[in-house]
Design a protein around this ligand. Structure first.
Ligand SMILES: [Zn+2]
Length: 390
């Protein structure tokens, strides 16, 4: 991966490049940022640059012996750890090296732009499984790192999604970070630094990879998918700063798996649960809808919930009289007015929490059908909370 293949992030790239020139590469760094930021791409470009045999002022050469191996992720001094679980192919004691073939394939075919869910799908992990970074896996790589480098200046370990380490693997990593082998670069990647042991955090240099702004996403959508600037702008808005969501929506022809009108209909059913006249009908509708949602696939379910959070925010803005900030039209705009009695300071954060928690649970492979049924009844409870007296 070359730095020039990564769109934007110039200040950060320059800082990393300078650290190589000035010979002050910190041996362990934690790249953190939300889903859809090019953390892995930046780590790969950085590692390649550190080891390039004829690097230029601003980038790797791309053609030296080291770069050629890096281009295929096949350098003997480049190691990876990522979350794994048992699958059909690997039915016991899964380790990262058992999955190196699909890993290389996914990184290369996506330009290192993929989510944890994409990874689970790639290795054919069952929805009921939990992927982790286990202690045996971490231990084996750590032992390899203690050996001398085969040919590179720097041995590199890229540890993707550090938050998936269990306690014993985190302790192994900690030990090696405390007494790092010479000329070894640890690049840790996470979407959630809050879940990482403070002892690990304190031994790494933190590198923040901020979410992309809408303008950057729109520009990339124009470049990559040839979209008009207005269409790219519309999709960028829907993506909420997540480049992966933007790509997914662009590939699906600009349509989300479930639309705002599905959300509005769903809330209407939920509201009817509280009426004696429509109660039975509404229950049936909730079950049917949950079955439909469960067939959308995890990525679509996640973006549906993100969209739901956005709609709740718009309703709240509407209620606060900030209708100019509600970027909706037609039936959706009308919804924010109609629904505004039901979103207020007494329950707005509860809607968010429920939707966010469901989003997280989908990522953790929860049973989507049960999740949406449960979420429906919980939302009904939140909807009934009376607005605090003015
Ligand atoms: Zn090179």
């Amino acid at each position: 991966m070359l730095f020039s293949e990564i769109f934007g992030y110039d200040i950060l790239k320059n800082r990393l490049i300078r650290s190589v020139h000035e010979n002050r590469v910190s041996h362990s760094q934690l790249l953190f940022g939300p889903e859809g930021t090019p953390k892995l791409a930046i780590a790969l470009a950085y590692a390649q640059y550190v080891n390039c045999l004829s690097r230029t002022e601003n980038d790797s050469c791309g053609v030296c012996a080291s770069c050629v191996k890096y281009n295929h992720l096949a350098h003997p001094d480049l190691h990876f750890i990522y979350p794994v679980a048992t699958t059909k192919e690997v039915d016991s004691k899964p380790k990262s090296k058992d999955f190196i073939a699909p890993w290389r394939e996914l990184v290369l075919e996506t330009g290192a732009d993929f989510s944890l869910t994409d990874w689970y799908e790639k290795i054919g992990m069952a929805e009921s499984k939990q992927a982790i970074i286990n202690a045996e896996d971490a231990g084996e790589v750590v032992r390899t790192l203690a050996l001398k480098a085969y040919e590179a200046d720097y041995k590199v370990l890229i540890l993707w999604m550090v938050e998936k380490m269990n306690l014993s693997s985190a302790n192994r990593l900690l030990k090696v970070l405390e007494e790092p082998p010479e000329k070894t670069l640890f690049l840790l990647i996470t979407e959630d630094p809050d879940q990482i042991l403070s002892t690990i955090l304190s031994r790494t240099q933190l590198v923040k990879i901020p979410a992309m702004n809408e303008a950057t996403i729109a520009m990339q959508l124009q470049n990559r998918f040839g979209l008009s600037s207005s269409e790219a702008g519309r999709l960028a808005l829907l993506s909420e700063g997540n480049w992966l969501t933007a790509i997914r929506i662009a590939r699906s022809g600009g349509q989300e798996g479930a639309s705002a009108s599905d959300f509005i209909e769903w809330l209407r059913d939920i509201f009817r649960l509280g009426t004696s006249k429509f109660w039975a009908e509404a229950n049936l509708a909730i079950l049917q809808r949950a079955a439909i949602f469960s067939r959308l696939g995890r990525e679509n379910q996640k973006s549906f919930l993100v969209m739901a959070m956005r709609m709740v925010r718009y309703v709240m803005l509407q209620r606060l009289g900030a209708s100019g900030m509600v970027k909706l039209e037609g039936a959706e705009a009308k919804f924010t007015v109609d629904f505004s009695p039901f979103v207020h300071s007494g329950n707005a954060s509860l809607y968010y929490d429920l939707l966010q928690e469901s989003h997280n649970n989908i990522e953790r492979n929860a049973n989507a059908q049960l999740l949406f049924i449960d979420l429906s009844y919980q939302l009904e409870r939140v909807m009934r909370i009376p607005a605090p007296a003015q």
